[in-house]
Write a protein that binds this ligand. Structure first.
Ligand code: TNX
Length: 501
Protein backbone atom coordinates (compact mmCIF):
# COMPACT_ATOMS: atom_id res chain seq x y z
CA UNK A 1 0.00 0.00 0.00
CA UNK A 2 1.57 3.31 -1.09
CA UNK A 3 0.79 6.32 1.12
CA UNK A 4 -0.64 8.41 -1.73
CA UNK A 5 -3.48 10.87 -1.15
CA UNK A 6 -5.11 11.59 -3.52
CA UNK A 7 -4.85 8.25 -5.33
CA UNK A 8 -3.12 8.64 -8.70
CA UNK A 9 -5.11 8.06 -11.86
CA UNK A 10 -2.83 5.29 -13.05
CA UNK A 11 -0.18 3.33 -11.18
CA UNK A 12 1.85 0.32 -12.25
CA UNK A 13 4.33 -1.50 -10.10
CA UNK A 14 7.66 -2.47 -11.65
CA UNK A 15 10.01 -5.23 -10.63
CA UNK A 16 13.62 -5.47 -9.61
CA UNK A 17 15.38 -3.38 -7.00
CA UNK A 18 14.03 -0.03 -5.86
CA UNK A 19 15.61 3.40 -5.74
CA UNK A 20 17.94 3.64 -2.70
CA UNK A 21 17.26 6.36 -0.14
CA UNK A 22 20.25 5.75 2.09
CA UNK A 23 23.16 6.89 -0.08
CA UNK A 24 24.07 9.74 -2.42
CA UNK A 25 21.35 11.15 -4.70
CA UNK A 26 21.84 13.59 -7.54
CA UNK A 27 18.90 15.92 -8.22
CA UNK A 28 18.67 17.41 -11.70
CA UNK A 29 16.10 20.21 -11.54
CA UNK A 30 14.39 21.52 -14.66
CA UNK A 31 16.43 24.13 -16.47
CA UNK A 32 13.98 26.93 -16.97
CA UNK A 33 11.29 26.32 -14.41
CA UNK A 34 12.97 26.98 -11.07
CA UNK A 35 12.59 30.67 -10.44
CA UNK A 36 11.70 32.25 -7.12
CA UNK A 37 8.00 31.85 -6.57
CA UNK A 38 7.76 29.05 -9.10
CA UNK A 39 5.84 26.11 -7.63
CA UNK A 40 8.71 23.79 -8.52
CA UNK A 41 11.16 25.58 -6.24
CA UNK A 42 9.08 25.13 -3.07
CA UNK A 43 8.35 21.48 -3.84
CA UNK A 44 12.00 20.73 -4.62
CA UNK A 45 13.07 22.31 -1.33
CA UNK A 46 10.62 20.08 0.55
CA UNK A 47 11.77 17.03 -1.37
CA UNK A 48 15.40 17.75 -0.54
CA UNK A 49 14.51 17.93 3.18
CA UNK A 50 12.52 14.70 3.01
CA UNK A 51 15.37 12.89 1.23
CA UNK A 52 17.79 14.03 3.91
CA UNK A 53 15.40 12.88 6.65
CA UNK A 54 15.18 9.48 4.95
CA UNK A 55 18.98 9.20 5.01
CA UNK A 56 19.97 10.24 1.49
CA UNK A 57 22.72 12.75 0.88
CA UNK A 58 22.86 15.24 -1.97
CA UNK A 59 25.60 14.47 -4.43
CA UNK A 60 26.95 15.74 -7.72
CA UNK A 61 28.72 12.49 -8.60
CA UNK A 62 27.86 11.41 -12.14
CA UNK A 63 27.31 7.81 -11.04
CA UNK A 64 24.99 8.60 -8.11
CA UNK A 65 21.35 7.52 -8.49
CA UNK A 66 19.56 10.49 -9.99
CA UNK A 67 16.24 12.30 -9.83
CA UNK A 68 15.52 14.00 -13.14
CA UNK A 69 12.79 16.62 -13.15
CA UNK A 70 11.89 18.13 -16.50
CA UNK A 71 9.25 19.96 -18.46
CA UNK A 72 8.44 17.82 -21.48
CA UNK A 73 10.82 18.98 -24.23
CA UNK A 74 8.30 17.86 -26.84
CA UNK A 75 5.85 20.47 -25.55
CA UNK A 76 2.75 18.36 -26.24
CA UNK A 77 0.37 21.19 -25.33
CA UNK A 78 2.34 23.75 -27.31
CA UNK A 79 2.87 25.85 -24.25
CA UNK A 80 5.82 27.68 -25.68
CA UNK A 81 3.92 28.87 -28.71
CA UNK A 82 0.77 29.92 -26.84
CA UNK A 83 0.05 33.63 -26.57
CA UNK A 84 -2.31 33.39 -23.65
CA UNK A 85 -1.81 31.01 -20.75
CA UNK A 86 -4.91 29.06 -19.76
CA UNK A 87 -7.13 30.54 -17.06
CA UNK A 88 -6.54 29.03 -13.61
CA UNK A 89 -8.97 26.34 -12.42
CA UNK A 90 -10.33 25.58 -15.90
CA UNK A 91 -9.98 22.31 -17.79
CA UNK A 92 -7.24 23.85 -19.95
CA UNK A 93 -5.27 24.68 -16.83
CA UNK A 94 -5.91 21.20 -15.44
CA UNK A 95 -4.21 19.69 -18.51
CA UNK A 96 -1.00 21.31 -17.28
CA UNK A 97 -1.25 19.46 -13.95
CA UNK A 98 -0.64 16.15 -15.67
CA UNK A 99 2.65 14.39 -14.81
CA UNK A 100 4.46 11.10 -15.27
CA UNK A 101 6.70 9.69 -12.58
CA UNK A 102 8.93 6.65 -13.07
CA UNK A 103 10.96 5.09 -10.30
CA UNK A 104 13.75 2.69 -11.25
CA UNK A 105 16.81 1.35 -9.43
CA UNK A 106 19.15 4.15 -10.48
CA UNK A 107 16.79 6.80 -11.75
CA UNK A 108 13.63 8.66 -10.88
CA UNK A 109 12.17 10.57 -13.78
CA UNK A 110 9.44 13.20 -13.48
CA UNK A 111 8.03 14.69 -16.66
CA UNK A 112 5.19 17.22 -17.06
CA UNK A 113 3.96 19.65 -19.70
CA UNK A 114 4.40 22.62 -17.34
CA UNK A 115 5.91 23.61 -13.97
CA UNK A 116 2.56 23.14 -12.24
CA UNK A 117 2.53 19.48 -13.34
CA UNK A 118 6.03 19.08 -11.95
CA UNK A 119 4.86 20.57 -8.66
CA UNK A 120 2.01 18.03 -8.45
CA UNK A 121 4.39 15.19 -9.32
CA UNK A 122 6.94 16.34 -6.75
CA UNK A 123 4.17 16.21 -4.15
CA UNK A 124 3.58 12.58 -5.05
CA UNK A 125 7.29 11.82 -4.84
CA UNK A 126 7.42 13.59 -1.49
CA UNK A 127 4.65 11.36 -0.11
CA UNK A 128 6.49 8.28 -1.40
CA UNK A 129 9.78 9.35 0.19
CA UNK A 130 8.17 10.24 3.52
CA UNK A 131 6.42 6.88 3.67
CA UNK A 132 9.45 4.79 2.68
CA UNK A 133 12.24 3.12 4.55
CA UNK A 134 15.53 2.56 2.74
CA UNK A 135 14.23 2.51 -0.82
CA UNK A 136 11.36 3.44 -3.11
CA UNK A 137 9.67 0.59 -4.99
CA UNK A 138 9.98 0.62 -8.77
CA UNK A 139 6.83 2.03 -10.33
CA UNK A 140 5.29 4.18 -12.98
CA UNK A 141 2.58 6.75 -12.27
CA UNK A 142 0.65 8.55 -14.96
CA UNK A 143 -1.51 11.08 -13.21
CA UNK A 144 -3.90 13.93 -13.88
CA UNK A 145 -6.76 15.58 -11.97
CA UNK A 146 -10.38 14.54 -12.41
CA UNK A 147 -11.69 18.07 -11.75
CA UNK A 148 -10.13 21.41 -12.62
CA UNK A 149 -11.33 23.17 -9.43
CA UNK A 150 -10.31 21.40 -6.23
CA UNK A 151 -10.89 23.75 -3.38
CA UNK A 152 -11.13 24.50 0.28
CA UNK A 153 -13.11 27.44 1.58
CA UNK A 154 -12.21 28.84 5.00
CA UNK A 155 -14.33 31.32 6.94
CA UNK A 156 -12.00 33.81 8.63
CA UNK A 157 -14.87 36.22 9.33
CA UNK A 158 -16.73 34.46 12.18
CA UNK A 159 -13.38 33.88 13.86
CA UNK A 160 -10.18 35.30 12.49
CA UNK A 161 -7.14 33.14 11.75
CA UNK A 162 -3.89 35.02 11.15
CA UNK A 163 -1.40 34.84 8.30
CA UNK A 164 0.84 32.03 9.65
CA UNK A 165 -2.16 29.71 10.05
CA UNK A 166 -3.43 30.59 6.59
CA UNK A 167 -0.02 29.77 5.13
CA UNK A 168 -0.14 26.36 6.80
CA UNK A 169 -3.54 25.81 5.25
CA UNK A 170 -2.06 26.64 1.85
CA UNK A 171 0.64 24.02 2.55
CA UNK A 172 -2.03 21.51 3.43
CA UNK A 173 -3.94 22.24 0.21
CA UNK A 174 -0.77 21.84 -1.87
CA UNK A 175 0.12 18.59 -0.08
CA UNK A 176 -3.21 17.09 -1.18
CA UNK A 177 -3.17 18.63 -4.68
CA UNK A 178 -5.99 21.06 -3.93
CA UNK A 179 -5.54 24.12 -6.11
CA UNK A 180 -8.07 26.68 -4.81
CA UNK A 181 -8.15 28.37 -1.42
CA UNK A 182 -11.37 30.34 -1.11
CA UNK A 183 -11.31 32.80 1.80
CA UNK A 184 -14.59 34.00 3.24
CA UNK A 185 -13.32 37.45 4.23
CA UNK A 186 -16.46 39.20 5.36
CA UNK A 187 -19.61 38.37 7.26
CA UNK A 188 -21.99 39.84 9.82
CA UNK A 189 -19.42 39.49 12.59
CA UNK A 190 -16.30 40.96 11.00
CA UNK A 191 -14.37 42.27 8.00
CA UNK A 192 -10.93 40.72 7.50
CA UNK A 193 -9.17 42.47 4.62
CA UNK A 194 -7.84 46.01 4.80
CA UNK A 195 -9.06 48.18 1.91
CA UNK A 196 -7.62 51.66 1.50
CA UNK A 197 -10.69 52.85 -0.40
CA UNK A 198 -12.86 51.90 2.61
CA UNK A 199 -10.65 52.11 5.70
CA UNK A 200 -13.50 51.92 8.23
CA UNK A 201 -14.27 48.35 7.21
CA UNK A 202 -11.31 47.05 9.18
CA UNK A 203 -10.98 50.03 11.58
CA UNK A 204 -14.49 49.41 12.89
CA UNK A 205 -15.19 45.79 11.98
CA UNK A 206 -11.74 44.22 11.90
CA UNK A 207 -11.59 43.44 15.60
CA UNK A 208 -15.05 42.01 16.25
CA UNK A 209 -15.97 38.33 16.04
CA UNK A 210 -18.39 35.65 17.22
CA UNK A 211 -18.49 35.58 21.00
CA UNK A 212 -17.25 39.15 21.36
CA UNK A 213 -13.54 38.42 21.61
CA UNK A 214 -10.88 40.61 20.10
CA UNK A 215 -9.90 39.27 16.68
CA UNK A 216 -8.01 40.81 13.78
CA UNK A 217 -7.70 41.25 10.05
CA UNK A 218 -5.23 40.90 7.19
CA UNK A 219 -3.34 44.03 6.22
CA UNK A 220 -2.64 44.49 2.54
CA UNK A 221 0.95 43.44 3.22
CA UNK A 222 -0.35 40.21 4.82
CA UNK A 223 -2.55 39.63 1.80
CA UNK A 224 0.34 40.05 -0.64
CA UNK A 225 2.47 37.74 1.48
CA UNK A 226 -0.27 35.08 1.55
CA UNK A 227 -0.81 35.30 -2.22
CA UNK A 228 2.92 34.85 -2.87
CA UNK A 229 2.97 31.81 -0.58
CA UNK A 230 -0.01 30.35 -2.46
CA UNK A 231 1.43 31.08 -5.92
CA UNK A 232 4.63 29.35 -4.90
CA UNK A 233 2.55 26.22 -4.23
CA UNK A 234 0.32 26.46 -7.30
CA UNK A 235 -2.72 27.34 -5.21
CA UNK A 236 -5.11 30.03 -6.50
CA UNK A 237 -6.63 32.24 -3.82
CA UNK A 238 -10.30 33.14 -4.36
CA UNK A 239 -11.36 36.05 -2.13
CA UNK A 240 -15.00 36.26 -1.06
CA UNK A 241 -16.80 39.43 -0.08
CA UNK A 242 -20.26 38.22 0.84
CA UNK A 243 -23.16 40.44 -0.33
CA UNK A 244 -26.03 41.34 -0.19
CA UNK A 245 -26.71 39.33 3.00
CA UNK A 246 -24.03 38.61 5.62
CA UNK A 247 -23.19 42.33 5.53
CA UNK A 248 -23.75 43.52 9.10
CA UNK A 249 -20.02 44.25 9.63
CA UNK A 250 -20.08 46.51 6.54
CA UNK A 251 -23.21 48.27 7.82
CA UNK A 252 -21.53 48.80 11.20
CA UNK A 253 -18.57 50.42 9.42
CA UNK A 254 -20.57 52.49 6.90
CA UNK A 255 -23.97 53.51 8.27
CA UNK A 256 -24.85 55.14 4.94
CA UNK A 257 -25.52 51.62 3.60
CA UNK A 258 -28.61 51.34 5.85
CA UNK A 259 -32.02 52.94 5.16
CA UNK A 260 -31.75 55.12 8.30
CA UNK A 261 -28.12 56.06 7.74
CA UNK A 262 -27.42 54.89 11.29
CA UNK A 263 -24.64 52.35 11.82
CA UNK A 264 -25.84 49.41 13.93
CA UNK A 265 -23.90 47.98 16.90
CA UNK A 266 -21.47 45.12 16.14
CA UNK A 267 -23.01 41.66 15.91
CA UNK A 268 -21.25 38.80 17.71
CA UNK A 269 -23.91 36.05 17.59
CA UNK A 270 -24.22 33.20 15.09
CA UNK A 271 -27.57 33.84 13.40
CA UNK A 272 -27.62 34.12 9.63
CA UNK A 273 -29.82 35.83 7.07
CA UNK A 274 -30.79 39.06 8.88
CA UNK A 275 -28.64 41.69 7.12
CA UNK A 276 -28.87 43.21 3.66
CA UNK A 277 -27.71 45.92 1.31
CA UNK A 278 -29.96 47.07 -1.53
CA UNK A 279 -29.67 49.29 -4.59
CA UNK A 280 -32.23 51.66 -2.99
CA UNK A 281 -29.46 53.19 -0.89
CA UNK A 282 -27.37 55.56 -3.00
CA UNK A 283 -24.26 54.42 -1.11
CA UNK A 284 -24.56 50.80 -2.29
CA UNK A 285 -23.28 51.04 -5.89
CA UNK A 286 -20.15 53.06 -5.01
CA UNK A 287 -19.52 50.67 -2.12
CA UNK A 288 -19.68 47.60 -4.37
CA UNK A 289 -17.53 49.21 -6.98
CA UNK A 290 -14.85 50.38 -4.50
CA UNK A 291 -14.72 47.10 -2.63
CA UNK A 292 -14.71 44.68 -5.55
CA UNK A 293 -12.49 47.00 -7.59
CA UNK A 294 -9.86 47.12 -4.86
CA UNK A 295 -10.00 43.41 -4.03
CA UNK A 296 -9.59 42.72 -7.76
CA UNK A 297 -6.50 44.95 -7.93
CA UNK A 298 -4.99 43.25 -4.88
CA UNK A 299 -5.57 39.73 -6.20
CA UNK A 300 -3.80 38.19 -9.20
CA UNK A 301 -6.14 35.18 -9.47
CA UNK A 302 -8.99 35.48 -11.99
CA UNK A 303 -11.94 34.89 -9.61
CA UNK A 304 -13.91 37.02 -7.17
CA UNK A 305 -16.54 35.37 -4.98
CA UNK A 306 -19.47 37.67 -4.32
CA UNK A 307 -21.42 35.51 -1.85
CA UNK A 308 -25.15 35.78 -2.51
CA UNK A 309 -26.25 33.27 0.17
CA UNK A 310 -28.96 33.47 2.80
CA UNK A 311 -30.38 36.93 2.14
CA UNK A 312 -33.46 35.89 4.07
CA UNK A 313 -34.92 39.33 4.78
CA UNK A 314 -34.85 40.58 1.18
CA UNK A 315 -37.66 40.73 -1.32
CA UNK A 316 -36.97 38.72 -4.44
CA UNK A 317 -36.88 41.87 -6.53
CA UNK A 318 -34.34 43.63 -4.28
CA UNK A 319 -32.21 40.52 -4.26
CA UNK A 320 -32.22 40.16 -8.04
CA UNK A 321 -31.41 43.85 -8.52
CA UNK A 322 -28.43 43.91 -6.23
CA UNK A 323 -27.00 40.60 -7.48
CA UNK A 324 -27.28 41.87 -11.07
CA UNK A 325 -25.39 45.00 -9.96
CA UNK A 326 -22.75 42.78 -8.31
CA UNK A 327 -22.37 40.94 -11.61
CA UNK A 328 -21.82 44.17 -13.55
CA UNK A 329 -19.32 45.47 -10.98
CA UNK A 330 -17.29 42.26 -11.04
CA UNK A 331 -17.41 42.09 -14.82
CA UNK A 332 -15.89 45.61 -14.96
CA UNK A 333 -12.95 44.41 -12.85
CA UNK A 334 -12.15 41.80 -15.51
CA UNK A 335 -12.50 38.95 -12.99
CA UNK A 336 -14.90 36.05 -13.08
CA UNK A 337 -17.70 35.98 -10.56
CA UNK A 338 -18.43 33.05 -8.26
CA UNK A 339 -21.66 33.00 -6.23
CA UNK A 340 -23.37 30.68 -3.79
CA UNK A 341 -26.27 28.56 -4.96
CA UNK A 342 -29.15 30.98 -4.23
CA UNK A 343 -27.77 33.53 -6.70
CA UNK A 344 -28.24 31.07 -9.56
CA UNK A 345 -31.69 32.66 -10.03
CA UNK A 346 -30.17 36.04 -10.89
CA UNK A 347 -28.88 37.53 -14.09
CA UNK A 348 -25.18 36.59 -13.94
CA UNK A 349 -22.30 37.54 -16.22
CA UNK A 350 -21.26 34.95 -18.80
CA UNK A 351 -18.76 32.54 -17.28
CA UNK A 352 -19.94 33.11 -13.70
CA UNK A 353 -19.71 30.01 -11.51
CA UNK A 354 -22.37 28.84 -9.09
CA UNK A 355 -21.45 26.99 -5.90
CA UNK A 356 -23.88 24.38 -4.58
CA UNK A 357 -23.99 23.98 -0.81
CA UNK A 358 -27.31 22.80 0.50
CA UNK A 359 -28.79 19.65 -0.91
CA UNK A 360 -31.82 19.64 1.41
CA UNK A 361 -32.73 23.15 0.26
CA UNK A 362 -33.97 23.98 -3.17
CA UNK A 363 -31.29 23.05 -5.70
CA UNK A 364 -33.20 24.52 -8.62
CA UNK A 365 -31.18 27.79 -8.78
CA UNK A 366 -28.04 25.74 -9.41
CA UNK A 367 -29.72 23.44 -11.91
CA UNK A 368 -31.20 26.42 -13.76
CA UNK A 369 -27.88 28.23 -13.89
CA UNK A 370 -26.18 25.07 -15.20
CA UNK A 371 -28.80 24.81 -17.94
CA UNK A 372 -28.01 28.41 -18.86
CA UNK A 373 -24.35 27.38 -19.29
CA UNK A 374 -22.84 28.28 -15.94
CA UNK A 375 -20.35 25.86 -14.44
CA UNK A 376 -20.95 24.53 -10.96
CA UNK A 377 -18.71 23.92 -7.95
CA UNK A 378 -20.03 21.22 -5.64
CA UNK A 379 -19.78 21.86 -1.89
CA UNK A 380 -22.61 19.71 -0.55
CA UNK A 381 -23.01 20.30 3.18
CA UNK A 382 -23.84 16.69 3.96
CA UNK A 383 -20.55 15.51 2.39
CA UNK A 384 -17.82 18.12 2.60
CA UNK A 385 -18.87 20.83 5.03
CA UNK A 386 -15.94 20.32 7.35
CA UNK A 387 -17.61 22.39 10.07
CA UNK A 388 -20.12 19.55 10.54
CA UNK A 389 -19.56 17.37 13.62
CA UNK A 390 -17.90 14.01 12.95
CA UNK A 391 -20.23 12.27 15.41
CA UNK A 392 -23.26 13.39 17.46
CA UNK A 393 -21.19 13.83 20.61
CA UNK A 394 -18.31 15.65 18.91
CA UNK A 395 -17.60 18.86 20.88
CA UNK A 396 -16.88 21.15 17.90
CA UNK A 397 -18.92 22.10 14.89
CA UNK A 398 -22.55 22.30 13.78
CA UNK A 399 -24.95 19.59 12.63
CA UNK A 400 -27.59 21.19 10.44
CA UNK A 401 -26.39 19.08 7.47
CA UNK A 402 -25.98 15.94 9.60
CA UNK A 403 -22.87 14.29 10.95
CA UNK A 404 -20.03 14.04 8.50
CA UNK A 405 -17.55 11.31 9.31
CA UNK A 406 -14.56 10.43 7.14
CA UNK A 407 -16.45 7.86 5.07
CA UNK A 408 -19.34 10.26 4.45
CA UNK A 409 -16.87 12.77 2.98
CA UNK A 410 -15.25 10.12 0.81
CA UNK A 411 -18.00 7.79 -0.41
CA UNK A 412 -19.72 9.78 -3.16
CA UNK A 413 -19.32 10.55 -6.82
CA UNK A 414 -19.72 14.23 -7.80
CA UNK A 415 -20.84 13.31 -11.32
CA UNK A 416 -23.80 11.48 -9.79
CA UNK A 417 -24.56 13.91 -7.00
CA UNK A 418 -27.70 15.05 -8.78
CA UNK A 419 -29.41 13.27 -11.67
CA UNK A 420 -30.49 16.67 -12.95
CA UNK A 421 -27.02 18.15 -13.21
CA UNK A 422 -25.04 17.60 -16.41
CA UNK A 423 -21.60 16.30 -15.33
CA UNK A 424 -20.02 18.41 -18.06
CA UNK A 425 -21.04 21.49 -16.06
CA UNK A 426 -19.20 20.37 -12.91
CA UNK A 427 -16.05 22.47 -12.68
CA UNK A 428 -15.02 20.89 -9.45
CA UNK A 429 -15.42 20.24 -5.78
CA UNK A 430 -14.78 22.49 -2.80
CA UNK A 431 -14.88 21.71 0.92
CA UNK A 432 -16.00 24.45 3.31
CA UNK A 433 -14.92 25.18 6.84
CA UNK A 434 -17.18 27.67 8.63
CA UNK A 435 -15.92 28.90 11.95
CA UNK A 436 -18.87 29.84 14.18
CA UNK A 437 -17.65 27.25 16.72
CA UNK A 438 -13.93 27.19 15.92
CA UNK A 439 -11.54 29.54 17.65
CA UNK A 440 -8.05 28.02 17.64
CA UNK A 441 -5.58 26.65 15.12
CA UNK A 442 -5.89 23.28 16.80
CA UNK A 443 -9.68 23.23 16.39
CA UNK A 444 -9.35 24.26 12.76
CA UNK A 445 -6.97 21.41 11.95
CA UNK A 446 -9.07 18.93 13.93
CA UNK A 447 -11.98 19.65 11.59
CA UNK A 448 -9.81 19.62 8.44
CA UNK A 449 -7.97 16.40 9.14
CA UNK A 450 -8.51 13.70 8.15
CA UNK A 451 -11.53 14.77 6.05
CA UNK A 452 -9.54 17.00 3.69
CA UNK A 453 -7.85 13.81 2.46
CA UNK A 454 -11.26 12.48 1.42
CA UNK A 455 -11.96 15.73 -0.42
CA UNK A 456 -8.67 15.36 -2.26
CA UNK A 457 -9.53 11.83 -3.41
CA UNK A 458 -13.02 12.89 -4.51
CA UNK A 459 -11.70 15.89 -6.44
CA UNK A 460 -8.56 14.40 -8.01
CA UNK A 461 -8.86 10.62 -8.39
CA UNK A 462 -10.91 8.79 -11.02
CA UNK A 463 -14.03 7.19 -9.54
CA UNK A 464 -12.94 3.79 -10.93
CA UNK A 465 -9.63 3.95 -9.06
CA UNK A 466 -11.45 4.83 -5.86
CA UNK A 467 -13.95 2.02 -6.21
CA UNK A 468 -11.20 -0.50 -7.02
CA UNK A 469 -9.32 0.38 -3.83
CA UNK A 470 -12.51 0.80 -1.84
CA UNK A 471 -12.89 2.66 1.43
CA UNK A 472 -10.42 0.25 3.05
CA UNK A 473 -7.82 1.23 0.48
CA UNK A 474 -8.43 4.87 1.23
CA UNK A 475 -8.14 4.47 5.01
CA UNK A 476 -4.89 2.57 4.51
CA UNK A 477 -3.49 5.49 2.53
CA UNK A 478 -4.83 7.97 5.10
CA UNK A 479 -3.38 6.11 8.07
CA UNK A 480 0.09 6.77 6.70
CA UNK A 481 -0.47 10.55 6.78
CA UNK A 482 -0.53 10.84 10.57
CA UNK A 483 3.23 10.94 11.23
CA UNK A 484 3.60 14.00 9.03
CA UNK A 485 0.62 15.71 10.70
CA UNK A 486 2.16 15.09 14.11
CA UNK A 487 5.53 16.40 12.99
CA UNK A 488 3.93 19.65 11.84
CA UNK A 489 1.72 19.80 14.96
CA UNK A 490 -1.39 19.60 12.82
CA UNK A 491 -4.12 18.31 15.12
CA UNK A 492 -6.45 15.69 13.64
CA UNK A 493 -9.48 13.68 14.61
CA UNK A 494 -8.46 10.00 14.86
CA UNK A 495 -11.51 8.70 13.00
CA UNK A 496 -12.59 5.16 13.88
CA UNK A 497 -11.85 2.44 11.39
CA UNK A 498 -8.43 3.82 10.43
CA UNK A 499 -5.30 2.05 11.69
CA UNK A 500 -3.46 5.32 12.33
CA UNK A 501 0.32 4.94 12.15
C1 TNX B 1 -24.48 28.16 5.81
S1 TNX B 1 -23.11 27.74 3.27
C2 TNX B 1 -23.82 29.33 5.44
C3 TNX B 1 -22.85 29.93 6.36
C4 TNX B 1 -22.79 29.19 7.67
C5 TNX B 1 -22.81 27.71 7.41
C6 TNX B 1 -22.62 26.91 8.64
C7 TNX B 1 -23.44 29.19 3.12
C8 TNX B 1 -23.28 29.71 1.80
N1 TNX B 1 -23.88 29.88 4.19
O1 TNX B 1 -23.18 31.29 6.58
O2 TNX B 1 -21.61 29.56 8.32
O3 TNX B 1 -24.03 27.38 6.81
O4 TNX B 1 -22.48 25.55 8.34
Amino acid sequence: MLPLVPAPAHLEHGDGPGFPLTGPVRILPPEAAVADGDPVAAALAELTDALAAAGASPSTAADAPEIVVEVDPEDPLQLLTRDVPPVALTSDAAALEHYRLTVEAQRIHLLAPAPVGLARGLTTLLQLVRGATESLPPLRIDDRPRYAWRGLSVDIARHFFPLPVLKEIVDLCALYKLNALHLHLTDDQGWRLELTSRPLLTERSGLTEVGGGESGYLTQADWTDLLAHATARAVTVVPEVDVPGHTHAALHAYGELTPTGQAPEPYTGTDVGFSQITVHEPATRPFLSDVFGEVARLTPGPYLHGGGDEAHVMTREDYLDVVAELGRVVERTGKMLVVWQEAGVADLPAGALVQLWASGHDMSPVLDAARRGHDVILSPGDRIYLDMKYTPEFPLGLDWAGHVDLEQSWAWDPDHYSDDLDPARIRGVEAALWTETLTTREELFTMLLPRLGAVADVAWSPQSVRSDGGYAGFTGRMAAQAPLWRSREWAFHPSDGVAWL
